[in-house]
Write a new protein. Sequence first.
Length: 254
Amino acid sequence: MTDERKTLIDHGQLATRNLAECLAVNQLTVAHAVASELPTTLAQQLAATAEASQTLGLSKKIAAIGLTLGQWLEQAPAHQRQQVFEYCSAHRSDTLRSWAAFAQAHLSRSLNLEAALLAQLRFAQDEHFGVREWAWMALRPRLAQELEGALALLGQHAGDKNPLVRRFCVEVLRPRGVWCEHIAALKQAPEVAEPLLVPRLAEADKYAQDSVANWLNDASKTRPDWVLQLFERYPPSCKASRRIHTRATRSLPQ
């Protein structure tokens, strides 16, 4: 990445293109760069949080700044809340949209589980790979706390025509999700997720396939017996299901 490109990204004028660029973003510089477009109190709070979180890893930085945004929005008058939220949610910078994904998860605390899920799908369908990741990470703690209801709800939406939604519905509760806390209950008893996973064993879209395979690969680290039995009951029968099987069993002895 050139110095010029990094400057444009850090000033909210360009989106990142890959994980390396995401990791290199200076969140504090971004906060200062957009300050003039935001209410003064919010700009100050975002900058303060960005500065305080500089030594943290990227996921904790994004979560902290997004929480600050959400807390401010929660107290703002309705018209201002909507204006600021839309500014961040539709910004050309994926960094601001990532903050908004966490802000939305915070604002959804008072909503029922399905309403919270539907609100997060805006970010799950974002054009940027990073925003899509933050979308599920932001909502994951809520869903993990209400696991039974969450699995049933995700199963209802996992057949959506949009592969990004299908992917989100599987990725959000991976037992050993990347950059987030593991879900002990799913590591020990992954079979409770069968109603969600079995209909997706022949998922057509490769991006969504990867989430199904990665979910099962996660489970194979603690319950290899269940993963093997699952494929005995539902043997791969097409190109898509064979690809999922291969990736899902990659950590098992061959």
